[in-house]
Ligand binder design. Structure first.
Ligand code: TLP
Length: 348
């Protein structure tokens, strides 16, 4: 019955395709802790090029990419500015405090997007009894805001403010590929405003494991050091890097299909009584609906849909989340929308 399940919990649930598995099986490998895995080196060069950076480092996860970047950019007791719904703040298990001993200064954005004014307002004056602001971290696309895209002009203005105060800019670009697919703005153009960028291969691109962090050579040297400390030094990781290269070759352009499917879902969910979907937030492959009006919690709705073979996630106790990806077809998305409609009709 496994084939009946439509899994919209996340774009992380994708499984490597036969073609991807083939290149993994055939990958040339070496010991990457010695820097000798040719496939890892190839992937790192490829992503550095795509992001317009000097160098890049293959890491185990998006979380590791973000946490390494924070570690490199900060000293204990420093402060980093992040949006209040950012992954770094919400879903990385307090990693910034645990690993870097920094304080997270959250700023509320609109649909996850900060303004230069709010960032400026969060920067501490240079007074010895205050924490030192060191980093501004942005997320593009913004997961918990529903996959929203950072307007390039806003990034530019925030980078200007950061520059005035000599702050580092870090981009959580787990889904930067989605932003680029939707806007046509190249990843390197977005990345140009940041000192460090973390991108994921294991989300919409469909690789089983892996992220890449990119920046200057000096930044990557430091990140490599901390990656080893964090336990992320891998050996014959070329079999994973090969999946990443395959994903970059085959699964980037098709992301717009996921975006179209998300739109189909968003329209279906928005029409349900008690469900609110902000249409302006549906820009890529994520749909978040506020279900407060249904009188049910996200956990209850998730359970009911699971009984019917549709798996979804939450983004807070009263918000449900659907994520489209390469392992769900348009037909499956339409089928899921139909099941969602029936389940909601039964609940009210
Ligand atoms: N996001 C996951 C969950 O952790 C919520 C998901 O299902 O969406 N940055 C962003 C913007 C992310 O959405 C994620 C994963 C990460 C970083 C972390 O990546 P991993 O899971 O590889 O550590």
């Amino acid at each position: 019955m496994g084939s009946m399940i439509i899994d919209l919990r996340s774009d992380t649930v994708t499984r490597p395709s036969p073609g991807m598995r083939r290149v993994m099986a055939e990958a040339e490998v070496g010991d990457d802790v010695y820097g000798e895995d040719p496939t890892v080196n190839l992937l790192q060069r490829r992503v550095a090029g795509l992001l317009g950076k000097e160098d890049a480092l293959f890491v185990t996860s998006g979380t590791m990419g973000n946490q390494l970047s924070i570690k490199v950019h900060t000293q204990a007791g420093d402060e980093i500015i992040v949006e209040g719904d950012a992954h770094v703040f919400q879903y990385e298990t307090g990693g910034a405090a645990f690993l870097s001993a920094v304080q997270v200064h959250t700023v509320h954005g609109t649909r996850g997007i900060l303004t230069p004014e709010t960032v400026r307002g969060a920067i501490r004056p240079e007074i010895y009894y205050m924490p030192r602001t060191r980093v501004v971290c942005l997320e593009n696309t913004h997961n918990r805001a529903g996959g929203t895209i950072y307007p390039l002009e806003v990034i530019r203005q925030i980078a200007d403010v950061a520059g005035e105060h000599k702050l580092r800019m870090h981009l959580d670009g787990a889904r930067l590929w989605n932003a680029s697919a939707a806007t046509g703005i190249a990843p390197a153009v977005y990345a140009g405003f940041f000192d460090s960028v973390s991108v994921c291969l294991s989300k919409g691109l469909g690789a089983p494991v892996g992220s890449v962090v990119a920046g200057t050579r000096e930044f990557i040297d430091a990140a490599r050091h901390y990656r080893k400390i964090f336990g992320g030094g891998m050996r014959q990781a070329g079999i994973l890097a090969a999946a990443g290269l395959y994903a970059l070759d085959h699964n980037v352009e098709r992301l717009t299909e996921d975006h179209q499917n998300a739109r189909i879902l968003a329209d279906a969910v928005a029409a349900l009584p008690g469900c609110a979907v902000d249409p302006a937030s549906v820009q890529t492959n994520i749909v978040i609906a506020d279900i407060t009006g249904t009188g049910r919690t996200a956990a209850q709705v998730i359970e009911k849909l699971k009984e019917r073979g549709v798996l979804i996630g939450d983004a807070g106790s009263m918000r449900i989340r659907f994520v489209t990806h390469l392992d769900v077809s348009e037909a499956q998305v339409r089928a899921a929308a139909g099941i969602v409609r029936e389940v909601f009709a039964q609940m009210t």
